[in-house]
Design a protein around this ligand. Structure first.
Ligand code: C2E
Ligand code: MG
Ligand code: MG
Length: 745
């Protein structure tokens, strides 16, 4: 073989090697971007073929020119971060490009001297690739391996090694080429990304042709798979229902407006165990393994969705009873009004009677339970005839659609009937009734606001008419509700503008007619309405909570007045002050009493608090407060005794000084067939328990005689005196030196 020919062969080999390198670089650069490997190869082969044919045409090239070409080729190899190993096994010519020095840190000579050096520097953990490689070469198949090597300086690098064997016609390996790249940087950045993807708490997945190409661990866990492999290769409909996929396709669920770049969707996916989870997914087109695919990043938003649902629920439903709330009622009624104008509607406004007392005395927990039970019973009564909603507090509204007056009466009556039997709470029986007001569309109002207001007004009429009944709205009714509103507002002003005064009614020793105490009774002189009875405005004050400041005022005023009388030289007698249960519930009540006594200088012996039997409903708390009050040295008596629920046996547990027998029993002395038997029993039992017994509302001599005969010592009533203004009262008071008694008529 002539020199020229030898050079030509070498250059041809060089070109072949160049082709291989270009192929690898092309693959590295372009395949990940989706360009087909074959297109790259085709381009490279065309270039090489043109170059080789050009070279063979130049037959009279000189050795010098060839030497130059060879040098040029070497220079190309030098600039590439790549090494080529080309071994012609037949001629045993080994060619290694100098790039190998850069990759391995060993000199070219060392590789020429020791053909196994490359094997020996393979990282011990990666040597297993050698066997695989050998197998592949024996079959004449190219193989690409990625393994680590340990450089001469000890540094570990990643090498990508593509080996291409050539097999001759006899099936023997004739030559062998290997292209080696240092891919450490790429590998490290790949590893970094891989760990980011793997460790991400978000779902990261790739999806193409209707199936899952890749999903990370977080994703596979979220969908309930035991491993990533369980999902990879699976059809997407396993996780996303076809209907949702359809919606996604039509972008009906798209949150992101930026369609071309990426899209964000929110939908319900299903786990492998068929449970639903809310997910938010962002999808973006990518190339994956040479084809278009979707890169998906997403997260579980079930908690957020739940929170949104809760907020929505809270906005439209009542948390305690689960019934629709006022907002929902309004929304619904407005919708109904807008839709069908030709039907009759009824709005039933329902308010529990005496609920405030139950709540104040039994505690809010019991109150809440009662409201829940009430909600249930209302549901039973109304059934499918209407919608029950809770307006707030102890108020409920029922909307009847397509109805008439008769049907409304039926539903209202069914509801009243439901309340005729007791509610059982904590194994206690609680009786509660309800008052219902009804307004009818379109006669009583054409909009939601008017209908509701008028039903509310009608409800007040039901209260006025003795509670536990229902009333329809009539045009005259607005007068009633406006009075209530006016009084409520007026009461606040009354406190500030001193329209309130205290009157005093003497308590008299029946035997002597001597005044032994006074009861303070509040009076409201309204600028427009004249005198307003405490029976009307005290419940209003209790309802609104105004009783607390009002009660404070009464307590102070009464103590001041009593102290003043004492300072004026009148005989010291106790003054009784009426206290509402609501006041006793106030945490500061005991402190308030202490403070008022201090500031007015009244000796606690001369203050008596009148409370009603309703305190018995929360006996533990009451006992505690009453004990604290007793410790201050004041007296406590039970007002209107006999009208409440208490039995005397209960009372004996409480630190009580006296009972005031209610006027209704005193009336019985003369009216009723039992001839005051009840009063007699009360007096006896009261004395047995060492209580002072006062008879209230004595209006005539007959009653006095009966009471005296039955050993009742003290009485109070118009027979002796009506409640009096302070100056009137003074006329009846005595001083120690000149004892005076009320002249008995
Ligand atoms: P009460 O504490 O049982 O007061 C007795 C009521 O019976 C008083 O009515 C009194 O005027 C009336 N009365 C007394 N003797 C007779 C009689 O012989 N015949 C008749 N027909 N009535 C008689 P008043 O002043 O209208 O008070 C009504 C209720 O208002 C009181 O009943 C009490 O529960 C409440 N109240 C009055 N002042 C206050 C107050 O300052 N605070 C609180 N929380 N409640 C008060
Ligand atoms: Mg009283
Ligand atoms: Mg009373």
């Amino acid at each position: 073989m002539g020199n020229l020919h030898k050079h030509r062969v070498m250059i041809a080999v060089g070109f072949f090697i160049l082709a291989v390198i270009l192929h690898e670089i092309g693959a590295l650069l372009f395949v990940s971007n989706g360009v087909s490997e074959y297109i790259i190869d085709l381009a490279i082969i065309s270039v090489i073929v043109i170059m080789i044919s050009f070279m063979f045409k130049e037959t009279d090239e000189t050795a010098e020119e060839l030497q130059k070409n060879r040098q040029r080729l070497n220079n190309i190899f030098d600039t590439l971060d790549v090494a080529i190993w080309s071994h012609d096994l037949k001629s045993d010519i080994l060619l290694i490009t100098p790039g190998i020095e850069k990759l391995y840190g060993y000199s070219l000579d060392e590789f020429y001297q020791d053909h196994t050096l490359w094997k020996r520097v393979i990282h011990p953990e990666d040597v297993n690739i050698l066997a695989e490689r050998e197998q592949s070469f024996l079959r004449g198949e190219p193989i690409t391996n990625v393994y680590r090597i340990i450089r001469s300086d000890g540094e570990v690098r990643w090498i990508q090694d593509r080996g291409i064997p050539t097999v001759d016609e006899n099936g023997n390996l004739s030559d062998f080429n290997s292209v080696l790249f240092d891919i450490t940087d790429r590998k490290e950045s790949e590893d970094r990304y891989r760990s980011l993807v793997e460790m991400s708490p978000d779902i990261i997945a790739v999806y193409s042709r209707g199936q899952i190409d890749y999903i990370n661990e977080a994703g596979s866990k979220l969908f309930g798979a035991a491993s990533q492999q369980e999902l990879i290769g699976q059809p997407i409909w396993k996780l996303v229902a076809p209907a949702i996929l359809e919606q996604i396709k039509h972008r009906e669920l798209t949150l992101d407006e930026n369609f071309d770049e990426k899209m964000t969707f929110e939908f319900q996916a299903r786990r492998l165990d068929d449970k639903r989870i809310d997910v938010e997914i962002t999808a973006m087109p990518i190339f994956y393994e040479g084809r278009t695919a979707k890169q998906i990043v997403g997260r579980d938003i079930s908690q957020r969705k739940q929170a949104e649902k809760t907020i929505q629920y809270m906005a439209y439903y009542d948390g305690l009873t689960g019934l629709p709330n006022r907002n929902m009622f309004k929304k619904h009624l407005n919708e109904v009004l807008n839709e069908r104008k030709n039907q009759m509607l009824a709005v039933l406004f329902l308010d529990l009677d005496r609920f405030k007392i139950i709540n104040d005395t039994k505690g809010h927990a019991v109150g809440d339970l009662l409201l829940k039970l009430v909600a249930k019973r209302l549901g039973l009564a109304v059934q499918n005839d209407g919608v029950v909603s809770r307006q707030g507090g102890d108020e409920f509204i029922i909307l009847l659609e397509d109805t008439d007056k008769e049907k409304a009466v039926n539903v209202a009556q069914r509801m009243l009937d439901e309340f005729s039997h007791s509610f059982e709470i904590n194994s206690q029986e609680i009786f509660v009734t309800t008052s219902i007001g009804i307004s009818i569309y379109p006669v009583d109002g054409e909009d939601e606001e008017t209908l509701l207001k008028n039903a509310d007004t009608a409800m007040y009429l039901a209260k006025e008419r003795g509670k536990n009944n229902f009333q329809f709205y009539t045009d005259q009714l607005h007068l009633l509700s406006s009075r209530k509103l006016e009084l409520e507002n007026g009461l606040r002003k009354a406190l500030e503008q001193e329209q309130l005064v205290l009157y005093y009614q003497p308590q008299v020793e029946l035997k002597t007619g001597k005044i032994v105490g006074v009861e303070s009774l509040i009076r409201w002189q309204h600028s427009d309405h004249g005198f307003i009875s405490p029976d009307e405005f005290i419940p209003l004050a209790e309802e609104t909570g105004l009783i607390v400041p009002l009660g404070k005022w009464v307590l102070r005023k009464a103590c001041e007045q009593n102290k003043k009388w004492q300072q004026q030289g009148y005989k010291a007698i106790p003054i009784a002050v009426n206290i509402s249960v609501r006041q006793l519930q106030d945490d500061d009540f005991v402190e308030l009493v202490k403070k008022v006594l201090n500031e007015t200088g009244l000796d606690p012996r001369y203050l008596e608090l009148e409370i009603t039997e309703s305190i018995m409903q929360n006996i533990d708390r009451s006992e505690n407060i009453l004990n604290q009050l007793k410790d201050l040295g004041i007296k406590i008596s039970i007002d209107d005794f006999g009208t409440g629920y208490s039995s005397l046996s209960y009372l004996k547990h409480l630190p009580i000084d006296g009972i005031k027998i209610d006027k209704s029993f005193v009336d019985d002395i003369i009216n009723h067939s039992n001839q005051g038997a009840m009063v007699k029993t009360m007096i006896d039992m009261g004395h047995n328990l060492n209580f002072t017994v006062i008879a209230e509302g004595i209006e005539n001599q007959e009653q006095v005689a009966f009471l005296k005969k039955n050993a009742c010592k003290i009485g109070q009533g118009y027979y002796y005196s009506k409640p009096l203004a302070p100056d009137e009262m003074e006329k009846l008071l005595t001083n120690d030196d000149a004892p005076k008694s009320i002249p008995i008529k």
